[in-house]
Design a protein around this ligand. Structure first.
Ligand SMILES: *Cc1c(COP(=O)(O)O)cnc(C)c1O
Length: 415
Protein backbone atom coordinates (compact mmCIF):
# COMPACT_ATOMS: atom_id res chain seq x y z
CA UNK A 1 0.00 0.00 0.00
CA UNK A 2 1.35 3.44 -0.89
CA UNK A 3 1.59 6.08 1.76
CA UNK A 4 -1.11 8.74 1.65
CA UNK A 5 0.11 12.13 0.41
CA UNK A 6 -1.35 15.64 0.47
CA UNK A 7 -1.91 15.70 -3.25
CA UNK A 8 -3.40 12.79 -5.16
CA UNK A 9 -0.80 10.75 -6.97
CA UNK A 10 -0.65 11.53 -10.68
CA UNK A 11 -0.55 8.36 -12.69
CA UNK A 12 2.43 8.03 -15.05
CA UNK A 13 3.96 11.30 -13.79
CA UNK A 14 7.50 10.17 -14.64
CA UNK A 15 6.65 9.68 -18.27
CA UNK A 16 5.17 13.15 -18.59
CA UNK A 17 8.17 14.68 -16.90
CA UNK A 18 10.68 12.81 -18.99
CA UNK A 19 8.85 13.76 -22.18
CA UNK A 20 9.28 17.42 -21.27
CA UNK A 21 12.87 16.86 -20.07
CA UNK A 22 13.94 15.42 -23.37
CA UNK A 23 12.51 18.40 -25.25
CA UNK A 24 14.26 20.70 -22.79
CA UNK A 25 17.61 18.93 -23.07
CA UNK A 26 17.59 19.55 -26.81
CA UNK A 27 17.10 23.27 -26.20
CA UNK A 28 13.72 23.29 -27.84
CA UNK A 29 11.44 23.70 -24.86
CA UNK A 30 8.85 26.22 -26.02
CA UNK A 31 8.30 29.38 -24.04
CA UNK A 32 5.14 31.24 -24.98
CA UNK A 33 5.33 35.00 -24.63
CA UNK A 34 2.30 36.40 -22.86
CA UNK A 35 1.44 39.56 -24.81
CA UNK A 36 -1.45 41.94 -25.33
CA UNK A 37 -1.61 43.63 -28.68
CA UNK A 38 -2.61 47.29 -28.79
CA UNK A 39 -5.27 48.09 -31.26
CA UNK A 40 -4.33 51.13 -33.29
CA UNK A 41 -0.65 50.79 -32.43
CA UNK A 42 0.24 47.73 -34.54
CA UNK A 43 2.86 46.20 -34.26
CA UNK A 44 3.28 47.42 -30.69
CA UNK A 45 2.20 45.26 -27.78
CA UNK A 46 2.63 44.80 -24.05
CA UNK A 47 4.61 41.84 -22.78
CA UNK A 48 3.60 40.39 -19.41
CA UNK A 49 6.99 39.23 -18.30
CA UNK A 50 6.59 36.41 -15.75
CA UNK A 51 2.89 37.27 -15.80
CA UNK A 52 3.51 40.47 -13.86
CA UNK A 53 5.93 43.12 -15.12
CA UNK A 54 4.66 44.94 -18.15
CA UNK A 55 7.05 45.89 -20.90
CA UNK A 56 6.37 47.64 -24.22
CA UNK A 57 7.50 45.60 -27.18
CA UNK A 58 7.49 45.64 -30.97
CA UNK A 59 6.24 42.40 -32.48
CA UNK A 60 8.41 41.22 -35.38
CA UNK A 61 7.02 37.73 -35.81
CA UNK A 62 3.28 38.08 -36.27
CA UNK A 63 1.43 36.30 -39.06
CA UNK A 64 -1.13 39.11 -38.98
CA UNK A 65 0.97 40.17 -41.94
CA UNK A 66 -1.06 43.22 -42.95
CA UNK A 67 -2.40 44.25 -39.56
CA UNK A 68 -5.94 43.37 -40.64
CA UNK A 69 -6.61 41.96 -37.17
CA UNK A 70 -6.79 45.58 -36.03
CA UNK A 71 -8.29 47.15 -39.13
CA UNK A 72 -11.11 49.55 -38.20
CA UNK A 73 -13.55 48.16 -40.75
CA UNK A 74 -12.87 44.55 -39.82
CA UNK A 75 -13.27 45.31 -36.11
CA UNK A 76 -16.50 47.13 -36.91
CA UNK A 77 -17.83 44.18 -38.93
CA UNK A 78 -17.09 41.82 -36.06
CA UNK A 79 -18.76 44.10 -33.50
CA UNK A 80 -21.88 44.63 -35.53
CA UNK A 81 -22.24 40.90 -36.17
CA UNK A 82 -21.98 40.25 -32.44
CA UNK A 83 -24.62 42.92 -31.86
CA UNK A 84 -26.85 41.41 -34.50
CA UNK A 85 -26.35 37.68 -34.00
CA UNK A 86 -24.62 37.13 -30.65
CA UNK A 87 -21.46 35.15 -30.05
CA UNK A 88 -21.37 31.48 -31.04
CA UNK A 89 -22.96 29.97 -34.13
CA UNK A 90 -24.79 27.43 -31.97
CA UNK A 91 -24.14 24.35 -34.03
CA UNK A 92 -22.33 22.34 -36.62
CA UNK A 93 -22.90 23.42 -40.19
CA UNK A 94 -25.50 20.66 -40.53
CA UNK A 95 -27.37 21.35 -37.32
CA UNK A 96 -28.28 25.05 -37.23
CA UNK A 97 -24.71 26.34 -37.60
CA UNK A 98 -24.95 27.53 -41.21
CA UNK A 99 -25.73 31.22 -41.07
CA UNK A 100 -26.12 33.98 -43.58
CA UNK A 101 -22.55 35.04 -42.64
CA UNK A 102 -21.06 31.65 -43.50
CA UNK A 103 -22.91 31.47 -46.79
CA UNK A 104 -21.78 34.95 -47.84
CA UNK A 105 -18.18 34.27 -46.83
CA UNK A 106 -18.07 31.08 -48.88
CA UNK A 107 -19.47 32.86 -51.91
CA UNK A 108 -16.83 35.56 -51.51
CA UNK A 109 -13.97 33.05 -51.20
CA UNK A 110 -15.14 31.12 -54.24
CA UNK A 111 -15.15 34.37 -56.18
CA UNK A 112 -11.71 35.33 -54.86
CA UNK A 113 -10.21 32.20 -56.38
CA UNK A 114 -12.49 32.14 -59.40
CA UNK A 115 -13.89 28.76 -58.36
CA UNK A 116 -17.46 27.48 -58.30
CA UNK A 117 -17.57 26.91 -54.56
CA UNK A 118 -15.69 27.08 -51.29
CA UNK A 119 -15.97 25.54 -47.86
CA UNK A 120 -14.99 27.16 -44.55
CA UNK A 121 -13.39 25.12 -41.74
CA UNK A 122 -12.54 26.12 -38.18
CA UNK A 123 -8.88 26.66 -39.10
CA UNK A 124 -6.43 26.32 -41.95
CA UNK A 125 -4.98 23.32 -40.17
CA UNK A 126 -8.37 21.63 -40.07
CA UNK A 127 -9.03 22.52 -43.72
CA UNK A 128 -5.86 20.71 -44.81
CA UNK A 129 -6.32 17.81 -42.45
CA UNK A 130 -9.98 17.28 -43.30
CA UNK A 131 -9.77 17.82 -47.05
CA UNK A 132 -6.68 15.69 -47.64
CA UNK A 133 -7.71 12.84 -45.37
CA UNK A 134 -11.05 12.67 -47.17
CA UNK A 135 -9.64 12.47 -50.70
CA UNK A 136 -8.95 8.75 -50.45
CA UNK A 137 -12.57 8.04 -49.48
CA UNK A 138 -13.62 9.66 -52.73
CA UNK A 139 -10.78 8.19 -54.77
CA UNK A 140 -9.98 4.65 -53.56
CA UNK A 141 -6.42 3.63 -54.33
CA UNK A 142 -5.37 7.29 -54.46
CA UNK A 143 -1.67 8.11 -54.71
CA UNK A 144 -0.75 11.34 -52.94
CA UNK A 145 2.47 13.11 -53.92
CA UNK A 146 3.60 15.44 -51.17
CA UNK A 147 6.42 18.01 -51.04
CA UNK A 148 8.84 17.09 -48.25
CA UNK A 149 8.48 20.54 -46.70
CA UNK A 150 4.70 20.55 -46.53
CA UNK A 151 3.09 21.90 -43.38
CA UNK A 152 2.27 19.57 -40.48
CA UNK A 153 -1.47 19.88 -41.25
CA UNK A 154 -0.99 18.48 -44.76
CA UNK A 155 1.25 15.71 -43.47
CA UNK A 156 -1.38 14.78 -40.93
CA UNK A 157 -4.17 14.80 -43.52
CA UNK A 158 -2.15 12.66 -45.89
CA UNK A 159 -1.26 10.22 -43.15
CA UNK A 160 -4.90 9.94 -42.14
CA UNK A 161 -5.88 9.34 -45.75
CA UNK A 162 -4.20 5.93 -45.25
CA UNK A 163 -3.40 5.56 -48.90
CA UNK A 164 -0.28 5.43 -51.08
CA UNK A 165 1.98 8.37 -50.41
CA UNK A 166 5.09 9.57 -52.20
CA UNK A 167 7.25 12.32 -50.78
CA UNK A 168 9.18 14.32 -53.34
CA UNK A 169 12.18 16.59 -52.80
CA UNK A 170 11.27 20.18 -51.99
CA UNK A 171 10.11 22.13 -55.06
CA UNK A 172 11.92 19.54 -57.21
CA UNK A 173 10.32 18.79 -60.57
CA UNK A 174 12.59 15.88 -61.43
CA UNK A 175 11.93 14.21 -58.11
CA UNK A 176 8.17 14.62 -58.52
CA UNK A 177 8.19 13.38 -62.11
CA UNK A 178 10.21 10.31 -61.22
CA UNK A 179 7.62 9.37 -58.60
CA UNK A 180 4.63 10.13 -60.83
CA UNK A 181 6.10 8.01 -63.60
CA UNK A 182 6.33 4.98 -61.35
CA UNK A 183 2.55 4.85 -60.86
CA UNK A 184 0.13 3.64 -63.59
CA UNK A 185 -1.30 6.52 -65.60
CA UNK A 186 -4.92 5.61 -64.89
CA UNK A 187 -4.44 5.42 -61.09
CA UNK A 188 -5.99 8.40 -59.23
CA UNK A 189 -3.30 10.86 -58.13
CA UNK A 190 -3.07 14.10 -56.23
CA UNK A 191 -0.09 16.43 -55.91
CA UNK A 192 -0.09 18.42 -52.67
CA UNK A 193 2.18 21.42 -52.16
CA UNK A 194 2.30 24.99 -50.89
CA UNK A 195 2.79 28.20 -52.82
CA UNK A 196 4.84 30.19 -50.29
CA UNK A 197 6.85 28.07 -47.86
CA UNK A 198 6.80 30.22 -44.78
CA UNK A 199 9.94 28.99 -43.03
CA UNK A 200 12.19 29.23 -46.11
CA UNK A 201 10.52 32.14 -47.90
CA UNK A 202 10.54 30.34 -51.25
CA UNK A 203 7.80 29.65 -53.81
CA UNK A 204 6.87 26.43 -55.60
CA UNK A 205 7.24 26.07 -59.39
CA UNK A 206 3.45 25.97 -59.61
CA UNK A 207 3.01 26.07 -63.36
CA UNK A 208 5.51 23.28 -63.95
CA UNK A 209 3.84 21.17 -61.25
CA UNK A 210 0.52 21.70 -63.04
CA UNK A 211 2.08 20.62 -66.34
CA UNK A 212 3.26 17.41 -64.68
CA UNK A 213 -0.18 16.93 -63.17
CA UNK A 214 -1.73 17.12 -66.64
CA UNK A 215 0.82 14.78 -68.16
CA UNK A 216 0.44 12.16 -65.41
CA UNK A 217 -3.28 12.44 -64.72
CA UNK A 218 -3.09 13.99 -61.27
CA UNK A 219 -5.22 16.48 -59.34
CA UNK A 220 -3.47 19.49 -57.83
CA UNK A 221 -3.90 20.74 -54.24
CA UNK A 222 -2.18 23.94 -53.14
CA UNK A 223 -1.85 25.50 -49.69
CA UNK A 224 -1.84 29.28 -50.21
CA UNK A 225 -1.97 30.09 -46.50
CA UNK A 226 1.04 32.43 -46.65
CA UNK A 227 -0.06 34.12 -49.85
CA UNK A 228 -3.80 34.81 -49.72
CA UNK A 229 -4.50 38.48 -49.14
CA UNK A 230 -0.87 39.31 -49.95
CA UNK A 231 -0.24 38.34 -53.56
CA UNK A 232 -2.25 38.76 -56.75
CA UNK A 233 -4.23 41.82 -57.85
CA UNK A 234 -7.17 40.87 -55.58
CA UNK A 235 -5.23 38.98 -52.92
CA UNK A 236 -6.03 35.61 -54.49
CA UNK A 237 -2.49 34.41 -53.80
CA UNK A 238 0.45 33.37 -55.94
CA UNK A 239 -1.85 31.42 -58.26
CA UNK A 240 -3.79 34.58 -59.00
CA UNK A 241 -0.60 36.59 -59.44
CA UNK A 242 0.70 34.06 -61.96
CA UNK A 243 -2.63 33.49 -63.68
CA UNK A 244 -2.78 29.85 -62.57
CA UNK A 245 -5.93 29.60 -60.47
CA UNK A 246 -7.72 27.57 -63.15
CA UNK A 247 -4.84 25.09 -63.27
CA UNK A 248 -5.23 24.16 -59.61
CA UNK A 249 -8.05 21.84 -58.60
CA UNK A 250 -8.17 22.64 -54.88
CA UNK A 251 -6.90 25.90 -53.42
CA UNK A 252 -6.61 25.97 -49.63
CA UNK A 253 -6.21 29.13 -47.57
CA UNK A 254 -6.54 30.61 -44.12
CA UNK A 255 -8.52 33.49 -42.68
CA UNK A 256 -6.08 33.72 -39.77
CA UNK A 257 -2.95 35.21 -41.28
CA UNK A 258 -3.23 38.11 -43.73
CA UNK A 259 -6.99 38.30 -43.16
CA UNK A 260 -6.48 38.75 -39.42
CA UNK A 261 -9.31 36.49 -38.19
CA UNK A 262 -9.53 32.70 -37.64
CA UNK A 263 -10.69 29.86 -39.88
CA UNK A 264 -9.55 28.09 -43.03
CA UNK A 265 -11.06 27.08 -46.34
CA UNK A 266 -10.82 25.27 -49.63
CA UNK A 267 -12.05 26.58 -52.98
CA UNK A 268 -12.70 24.24 -55.89
CA UNK A 269 -15.20 22.87 -58.38
CA UNK A 270 -18.72 22.54 -56.99
CA UNK A 271 -18.61 18.74 -57.10
CA UNK A 272 -15.29 18.53 -55.22
CA UNK A 273 -16.55 20.88 -52.52
CA UNK A 274 -19.81 18.98 -52.28
CA UNK A 275 -17.99 15.66 -51.83
CA UNK A 276 -15.69 17.02 -49.12
CA UNK A 277 -18.63 18.76 -47.43
CA UNK A 278 -20.47 15.44 -47.38
CA UNK A 279 -17.64 13.20 -46.17
CA UNK A 280 -15.00 15.15 -44.20
CA UNK A 281 -15.27 14.35 -40.53
CA UNK A 282 -13.29 17.46 -39.53
CA UNK A 283 -15.86 19.59 -41.32
CA UNK A 284 -19.03 17.78 -40.27
CA UNK A 285 -18.56 17.04 -36.58
CA UNK A 286 -17.51 20.40 -35.21
CA UNK A 287 -19.27 23.67 -34.47
CA UNK A 288 -18.97 26.26 -37.20
CA UNK A 289 -17.03 29.48 -36.62
CA UNK A 290 -18.96 32.30 -34.92
CA UNK A 291 -21.01 34.55 -37.22
CA UNK A 292 -18.84 37.48 -36.15
CA UNK A 293 -15.75 35.61 -37.31
CA UNK A 294 -17.30 34.97 -40.68
CA UNK A 295 -18.39 38.60 -40.89
CA UNK A 296 -14.93 39.92 -40.01
CA UNK A 297 -13.28 37.58 -42.48
CA UNK A 298 -15.73 38.56 -45.19
CA UNK A 299 -14.96 42.25 -44.64
CA UNK A 300 -11.23 41.61 -44.60
CA UNK A 301 -11.32 39.61 -47.84
CA UNK A 302 -13.42 42.33 -49.50
CA UNK A 303 -11.06 45.12 -48.40
CA UNK A 304 -7.96 43.34 -49.65
CA UNK A 305 -9.71 42.43 -52.87
CA UNK A 306 -10.38 46.03 -53.76
CA UNK A 307 -7.16 47.68 -52.63
CA UNK A 308 -3.56 46.72 -53.33
CA UNK A 309 -2.12 49.50 -51.19
CA UNK A 310 -1.30 47.31 -48.17
CA UNK A 311 0.13 44.60 -50.43
CA UNK A 312 2.49 47.11 -52.03
CA UNK A 313 3.54 48.63 -48.70
CA UNK A 314 4.08 45.13 -47.33
CA UNK A 315 6.51 44.22 -50.11
CA UNK A 316 8.30 47.55 -49.78
CA UNK A 317 8.80 47.09 -46.03
CA UNK A 318 9.99 43.54 -46.46
CA UNK A 319 12.51 44.63 -49.09
CA UNK A 320 13.65 47.47 -46.83
CA UNK A 321 14.46 45.01 -44.05
CA UNK A 322 16.23 42.64 -46.44
CA UNK A 323 18.35 45.55 -47.72
CA UNK A 324 19.42 46.34 -44.18
CA UNK A 325 20.22 42.72 -43.35
CA UNK A 326 22.19 42.40 -46.59
CA UNK A 327 24.16 45.59 -45.94
CA UNK A 328 25.06 44.42 -42.43
CA UNK A 329 26.05 40.94 -43.53
CA UNK A 330 23.46 38.99 -41.58
CA UNK A 331 22.91 35.44 -42.86
CA UNK A 332 19.26 35.55 -43.86
CA UNK A 333 17.35 33.68 -46.53
CA UNK A 334 17.07 36.19 -49.36
CA UNK A 335 13.90 34.75 -50.86
CA UNK A 336 11.27 36.13 -53.19
CA UNK A 337 8.62 36.57 -50.49
CA UNK A 338 7.76 38.86 -47.61
CA UNK A 339 9.30 36.54 -45.00
CA UNK A 340 12.81 37.23 -43.70
CA UNK A 341 14.36 34.24 -41.86
CA UNK A 342 17.57 35.09 -40.00
CA UNK A 343 19.63 31.95 -39.60
CA UNK A 344 21.13 31.12 -36.18
CA UNK A 345 21.74 27.39 -36.59
CA UNK A 346 21.62 26.41 -32.94
CA UNK A 347 18.51 25.92 -30.81
CA UNK A 348 20.01 27.11 -27.52
CA UNK A 349 21.52 30.26 -29.03
CA UNK A 350 18.34 30.94 -30.96
CA UNK A 351 16.33 30.93 -27.74
CA UNK A 352 18.97 32.95 -25.88
CA UNK A 353 19.11 35.61 -28.59
CA UNK A 354 15.34 35.84 -28.66
CA UNK A 355 15.37 36.29 -24.86
CA UNK A 356 18.00 39.03 -25.05
CA UNK A 357 16.17 40.87 -27.82
CA UNK A 358 12.94 41.07 -25.92
CA UNK A 359 14.37 41.68 -22.47
CA UNK A 360 16.94 44.31 -23.42
CA UNK A 361 15.43 45.91 -26.48
CA UNK A 362 11.71 45.16 -26.44
CA UNK A 363 12.02 43.34 -29.75
CA UNK A 364 9.93 40.23 -30.07
CA UNK A 365 11.10 37.56 -32.53
CA UNK A 366 10.13 34.03 -31.60
CA UNK A 367 12.80 31.34 -32.09
CA UNK A 368 11.89 28.74 -34.71
CA UNK A 369 13.30 25.37 -33.74
CA UNK A 370 12.93 21.69 -34.63
CA UNK A 371 10.54 20.13 -35.65
CA UNK A 372 9.19 23.24 -37.38
CA UNK A 373 12.54 23.47 -39.20
CA UNK A 374 15.34 20.85 -39.50
CA UNK A 375 17.87 20.66 -36.68
CA UNK A 376 20.88 22.91 -37.23
CA UNK A 377 18.80 25.44 -39.18
CA UNK A 378 17.21 27.17 -36.20
CA UNK A 379 16.25 30.73 -37.01
CA UNK A 380 14.48 33.92 -36.06
CA UNK A 381 11.72 34.56 -38.57
CA UNK A 382 10.99 38.24 -39.17
CA UNK A 383 7.72 39.28 -40.75
CA UNK A 384 7.80 43.02 -41.42
CA UNK A 385 4.36 44.50 -42.01
CA UNK A 386 3.23 47.74 -43.66
CA UNK A 387 3.30 49.23 -40.15
CA UNK A 388 6.94 48.51 -39.28
CA UNK A 389 8.50 51.95 -39.66
CA UNK A 390 12.06 52.93 -40.53
CA UNK A 391 12.55 53.91 -36.89
CA UNK A 392 11.53 50.42 -35.77
CA UNK A 393 13.95 48.96 -38.27
CA UNK A 394 16.71 51.19 -36.89
CA UNK A 395 15.98 49.89 -33.39
CA UNK A 396 16.05 46.32 -34.63
CA UNK A 397 19.34 46.76 -36.45
CA UNK A 398 20.90 48.39 -33.41
CA UNK A 399 19.76 45.55 -31.16
CA UNK A 400 20.92 42.88 -33.58
CA UNK A 401 24.38 44.37 -33.86
CA UNK A 402 24.73 44.22 -30.09
CA UNK A 403 23.57 40.62 -29.70
CA UNK A 404 25.42 39.47 -32.79
CA UNK A 405 28.73 40.53 -31.25
CA UNK A 406 27.74 39.30 -27.82
CA UNK A 407 27.02 35.80 -29.14
CA UNK A 408 30.03 35.95 -31.48
CA UNK A 409 28.03 35.07 -34.55
CA UNK A 410 29.42 35.28 -38.07
CA UNK A 411 28.54 37.85 -40.66
CA UNK A 412 28.64 37.14 -44.37
CA UNK A 413 30.53 39.25 -46.89
CA UNK A 414 28.27 41.80 -48.50
CA UNK A 415 27.83 40.81 -52.14
C1 LIG B 1 -0.38 28.34 -40.43
C2 LIG B 1 -0.43 27.30 -41.52
C3 LIG B 1 -1.53 26.48 -41.69
C4 LIG B 1 -2.64 26.42 -40.68
O1 LIG B 1 -3.47 27.53 -40.79
P1 LIG B 1 -4.27 28.00 -39.48
O2 LIG B 1 -5.37 28.80 -40.03
O3 LIG B 1 -3.30 28.76 -38.65
O4 LIG B 1 -4.72 26.75 -38.79
C5 LIG B 1 -1.60 25.67 -42.80
N1 LIG B 1 -0.60 25.64 -43.70
C6 LIG B 1 0.50 26.39 -43.55
C7 LIG B 1 1.58 26.32 -44.57
C8 LIG B 1 0.63 27.23 -42.45
O5 LIG B 1 1.74 27.93 -42.27
Amino acid sequence: MTAPTDTPQLKFRDQFESAVDSVRSEGRYRIFRDIRRKRGAFPQATWFKDGLDEQDITVWCSNDYLGMGQNECVVEAVKSAVDAAGTGSGGTRNISGTTRYHVQLEAELADLHDKEASLVFTSGYVANEAALSTMSKILPGLHIFSDEKNHASMISGIRNARTHKHIFAHNDLASLEEKLKAVPLEAPKLIAFESVYSMDADIAPIEAFCDLADRYNALTYIDEVHAVGMYGPRGGGICEQRGLMDRIDIIQGTLAKAYGMIGGYIAADRVIVDAIRSLASGFIFTTSVPPSTAAGALRSVKILKISSELREQHQERSNALKDRFRASGYPFIDGETHIVPLMIGDPVKCQAISDRLIEEFGIYAQPINFPTVPRGTERLRFTPSPFHTDAMMDELMNALSVVWDEFELDRVQAA
